[in-house]
Design a protein around this ligand. Structure first.
Ligand code: ATP
Ligand code: MG
Length: 434
């Protein structure tokens, strides 16, 4: 492309070519303005009808909103312009005209419902507050990667098409794989554990997980991004430290590097990275505290999983991020190791944001015989997992790890109401396209 200047970089005194979308045309009679928008912001282009070539004025002012235009001209200081500068055009080219009928209004003056927005994501991301969400999402993932590297982790990628599931059969998506039944992977769990037993020792993966969730909820997707960690010679406490470190790094990166985006979202003033370390509350204490809030119709008893209302009640009570530790073994998956002293208790933990669960993790069972027993207790056939279990015969160190929901992290950091806001093209029970 020819030399092109971002609108945000156009300085008075320069001759520039700016290119982008027609945000708005304002015709005031003798003078008219075209507001041109690009990824960096907006700039005003001024048309003085009596002083400029008629064709030039016509091309500029008749361009339909959201058409792509390229404008060459002189940048001048103009205190009345939104960005204190304007372009006085010498030439205007319509690069790609837009239909005058738009399915949604990127200027945001007319609200569109979420479904219309998701159907027209390209136009939706022309709004600066929506652009901001995805720039922040990218920053969060960048910060997570950087923190993992500080923890000596190697980034890995594991298969998403698998022969067996791990997180419960009902949530699996079956597919046909050259005439055989296969599934979309629900979690990189077993593969990342196999790598903790390799010379890589500490690994992380940021990739898709697929879950055929029963219900449409504001915090579940059918394809989500999981931020996974697994480390050799780590216990649950170490894995909690890493999880807390990654979540904190994400907040700090947003605070330090995304001021403009927070401003666009209207949350810059209230944005706060957590300052206190995340308390670690045992499952037993958690159910006592939940029962004491009186928010639940029925009191919880030891062994119950925590329903959504219980998570909310405890979240309000604690008021910040917290861990729940020492879960009953029976409600944690087979690969989680039991407590050394009490086999009723597991080393599993969850990291909670006051609004919802962000992370599940724990130390893993690395002893071959106990692992096989765990499979059988959970009603799974260990023979189907032989590729995994056999590596536990050849020197598998103690190890621990976690899975952190990427969209839930973005959603809770930004206070988004619906997890779909944090994904470009969400997959839910209704939505398979785009
Ligand atoms: P929940 O109980 O909230 O449905 P889970 O316990 O089934 O979550 P895990 O298997 O523990 O989920 O997965 C680890 C993390 O991955 C979760 O804490 C969550 O942040 C994220 N996650 C899991 N399932 C989904 C989903 N369907 N959509 C979005 N994120 C998810
Ligand atoms: Mg969980």
């Amino acid at each position: 492309m020819q030399d092109r200047t971002y609108t945000a970089d156009a300085e008075p005194g320069e001759d520039v070519t700016v290119a982008g979308w027609v945000h708005e045309v304002r015709d005031l009679g003798g003078i008219a303005f075209l507001i041109l928008r690009d990824t960096s912001g907006k700039i005003q282009v001024k048309f003085e009808k009596d002083e400029m070539d008629d064709d030039l004025v016509e091309t500029g002012l008749e361009a339909a909103r959201e058409s792509v235009v390229s404008v060459t001209g002189a940048v001048e200081e103009e205190p009345r312009a939104p960005t204190d500068v304007e372009v006085v055009p010498e030439s205007v080219e319509i690069v790609a005209p837009a239909d005058p009928e738009l399915p949604l209004d990127p200027s945001g003056k007319v609200d569109a419902d979420l479904s219309t927005r998701l159907d027209n994501r390209t136009l939706d991301l022309r709004k600066e507050e929506i652009q901001a969400i995805f720039e922040i999402r990218a920053e969060i993932l960048r910060a997570a990667r950087e923190r993992f590297r500080e923890f000596d982790c190697t980034e890995i990628n594991t298969p998403k098409i698998v022969a067996t599931g791990t997180e419960g059969g009902t949530e699996l998506f079956p597919i046909t794989y050259f005439g055989r039944e296969a599934f979309m992977n629900q979690s990189p769990q077993l593969f990342k554990q196999l790598m903790a037993g390799s010379n890589l020792e500490r690994v992380f993966e940021i990739g898709p997980i697929f879950r055929a969730e029963e219900h449409n909820t504001p915090r579940h997707l059918n394809e989500a991004t999981s931020i996974d960690f697994e480390g050799a010679f780590c216990d649950a406490g170490d894995a909690m430290d890493v999880a807390e470190g990654v979540v904190r790094a994400a907040y700090e990166a947003v605070e330090e590097n995304c001021a403009e985006q927070l401003e666009a979202l209207g949350i810059r003033d209230e944005f706060e990275a957590p300052t206190e370390s995340f308390p670690r509350i045992s499952y037993e204490e958690a159910i006592e505290r939940i029962n004491a809030t009186g928010e639940l119709d029925e009191q919880l008893v030891w062994g119950d999983d925590l329903p959504t209302e219980a998570e909310k009640a405890l979240g309000d009570d604690v008021g910040g991020h917290y861990f729940i530790t020492e879960w009953p073994s029976e409600i944690k998956p087979f690969y989680i190791k039991d407590d050394e002293d009490d086999e009723q208790l597991s080393t599993g933990f969850d990291l909670m944001h006051p609004r919802m669960e962000l992370v599940s993790g724990g130390q893993r069972e690395h002893r071959y015989d106990l692992l096989i027993e765990g499979f059988e207790q959970q009603g799974l056939d260990p023979d189907q997992f032989e590729y995994y279990t056999k590596m536990f015969k050849y020197g598998m160190p103690p190890h621990a790890g976690f899975g952190l929901g990427g969209e839930r992290l973005v959603m809770t950091i930004l206070g988004l109401e619906n997890i779909r806001e944090a994904v470009l093209f969400p997959r839910d029970r209704q939505r398979l396209s785009p």
